[in-house]
Design a protein around this ligand. Structure first.
Ligand code: PMP
Ligand code: GLN
Length: 389
């Protein structure tokens, strides 16, 4: 008898991602897409020129699985320049991956044993529970305490135990825009030290931290750096989400595990794009300042406009997402609100409950991305205003 052709049991419960669902719906309805987080503009021309030059010059063959030395050393330089972190040996401690997505997958698949537990801090990105499940491990959820989205320390102390292999955080955090304080990061590191647990930190929004605060990478705490794995990406920083150039930084021994799975997932990431991203990372401070300034202005204008319309707005401390509380609206939940919005108002957003395991916990929040041209945001606001009237 032929075996049933179906998705494996670990992944089947996750279905198609909400990002695909909402972008597809948005395209079908011809709406303004403020759902899936990607800019409606391309990153700097010089970076694209560097990539085309590398493609025309070649070689266009497999490059080293761990990534081009040029990019790995640019990552090490960037860690020193922005965070004063010394990556002692880029040859053994930095691995280039196909975006942060593959970096996360390679980390989880390379390090977890079946039956391990990984603590996730909700709201959390959908890839984490899916890859944990595929590794045969179990996600244990704790929620940031609303309204301030504070780290739930007492709960963390209760759930951490012998089976815990890692705690995975996202800082700055998608979707609520929380930026963890140094005190919270230090507390997490000390907890992991006491319990001999790994600390995985997804830092893809590292350059989007507002209000004069700076990003603090988990690698900047020497007292627990040997148990930290930092995953980041060039997608947001250089507005090139489609290129999928990311990286993982960890001790030599942890990097070995990441590389073991990375070599069997993608083996390597396109060399020309790596070369261009090495050029991008080495751009002067002015690039990074301008990026932050522009996003800071977009955040202020967009959030103020949402407030003026009458929405209850959750201002982000970091990332390029802003959420509204829809508790006062007469909709069954955030998904029905978003479905209505995309087809009747012409604006697509993300129902934030998809970032919680128990969806009812986030059903009052709807996320918009503001990584869009000013005129796109203006038109979205105009439509929302008309509807709200
Ligand atoms: N982590 C988080 C929190 C994200 O929001 C995203 C989406 N951009 C990723 C990882 C994936 O990053 P990349 O596009 O580099 O794979
Ligand atoms: N990170 C993006 C978001 O949160 C989604 C990326 C994706 O669709 N995989 O909107």
């Amino acid at each position: 008898m032929e075996r049933e052709k179906k998705v494996c049991s670990a992944l089947a419960p996750f279905g198609t991602t909400i990002f695909t669902e909402m972008t597809t719906l948005s395209n079908k309805e011809g709406a303004i897409n403020l759902s899936q987080g990607f800019p409606d503009f391309d990153g700097p021309l010089e970076i694209r020129k560097a990539a085309s030059k590398a493609i025309m010059r070649g070689p266009n063959q497999y490059c080293p699985s761990i990534g081009l030395p040029l990019l790995r050393s640019a990552v090490a330089d960037k860690m020193k320049r922005f965070y004063d972190v010394n990556v002692v040996d880029p040859d053994t401690q930095i691995t280039v991956t196909a975006g942060a997505s593959e970096g996360l997958a390679a980390t989880l698949l390379g390090l977890l044993e079946p039956g391990d537990e990984v603590i996730l801090i909700e709201p959390c990105y959908d890839l984490y529970p899916a890859m944990i499940a595929r590794a045969g491990a179990h996600a244990v959820y704790v929620s940031l305490a609303r309204p301030a989205f504070a780290l739930p320390k007492e709960e963390l102390k209760t759930v951490i135990g012998k089976k815990t292999r890692a705690i995975l955080i996202n800082n700055p955090q998608n979707p609520c825009g929380k930026v963890f304080s140094s005190e919270e990061l230090d507390w997490l590191g000390r907890l992991c030290n006491e319990q001999d647990v790994l600390l995985i930190s997804d830092e893809v929004y590292e350059h989007l931290v507002y209000d004069g605060r700076s990003h603090v990478t988990l690698l900047s705490f020497p007292q627990f750096a040997d148990r930290v794995i930092v995953i980041s990406s060039t997608a947001k920083t250089f507005s090139m989400t489609g290129w999928k150039v990311g990286y993982v930084i960890a001790s030599e021994i942890l990097s070995e595990a990441v590389r073991m799975s990375h070599q069997f997932i993608t083996f390597c990431t396109p060399g020309a794009l790596q070369e261009a991203m090495a050029f991008a990372m080495n751009m002067d401070d002015n690039y990074y300042h301008t990026l932050l300034k522009e996003y800071s202005t977009k955040r202020d204008i967009f959030c103020n406009a949402l407030s003026d319309i009458g929405f209850d707005v959750l201002w982000p401390e970091g990332t390029y997402y802003a959420s509204i509380d829809i508790g006062a609206f007469d909709f069954f939940d955030d998904l029905s609100f978003c479905r209505y919005l995309v087809s009747h108002v012409g604006v697509a957003a993300i129902p934030a409950s998809f970032f919680w395991n128990e969806r009812r916990e986030g059903r009052d929040l709807v996320r918009f991305c503001f990584c869009k041209k000013d005129e796109t945001l203006k038109e979205a606001i105009r439509r929302l205003k008309n509807w709200k009237k």
